[in-house]
Design a protein around this ligand. Sequence first.
Ligand SMILES: CC(C)(COP(=O)(O)OP(=O)(O)OC[C@H]1O[C@@H](n2cnc3c(N)ncnc32)[C@H](O)[C@@H]1OP(=O)(O)O)[C@@H](O)C(=O)NCCC(=O)NCCS
Length: 169
Amino acid sequence: MTAKTPEQTKTIMTDLVLPSETNPLNNLFGGELLARMDRCASIAARRHSRRIVVTASVNHVAFNRSVPLGSVVTVEAKVSRAFKTSMEVFLDVWIEDRESGLRTKANEAIYTFVAVDETGRPVEIPEITPETDLEKERYAAALRRKQLSLVLAGKMKPKDATELKALFE
Ligand SMILES: CC(C)(COP(=O)(O)OP(=O)(O)OC[C@H]1O[C@@H](n2cnc3c(N)ncnc32)[C@H](O)[C@@H]1OP(=O)(O)O)[C@@H](O)C(=O)NCCC(=O)NCCS
């Protein structure tokens, strides 16, 4: 399998915030943004693996800024690291100012997807080679995040999470 780059997986989804998608403060409902990010990330994961992909976990979400009704929201997803059958996907969310057209970072999130066959069994995926400084930074930290996610899910013993433990030493 030929290695790919994060850029080859890049997926951008731009859409409006409609009244049915907002909370009583007229801001985008958190679950709606999670769903948009899940869809966008799954396309990036598919572009990397060219397989059926399923969401294994949502590792991190930061709702730093509310997203008002009528906003133009852009969700950008890239695979930040590929492991054996799983991929970390990093998401950046931007809001576009109506008048100036300037984009402001609103939120970010990190999801994990697993490539599976038609029976739902995990299958191997190509490696990924980061190119930019940001891609290299995200790639390097992804192993720690995978270990944290597995520990929290009860799928890894804390004593085996060596890269994660090294953060605190
Ligand atoms: C995700 C799923 C395929 C993993 O199956 P599994 O039996 O745990 O398989 P494995 O233990 O072999 O794990 C497969 C990979 O997922 C990773 N993984 C599993 N759970 C994880 C978690 N909580 N966080 C991060 N990675 C996880 C494993 O580390 C492994 O990665 P690697 O092969 O790259 O090293 C399975 O749990 C599943 O199908 N879940 C439902 C998915 C779904 O329906 N999502 C939508 C929810 S509505």
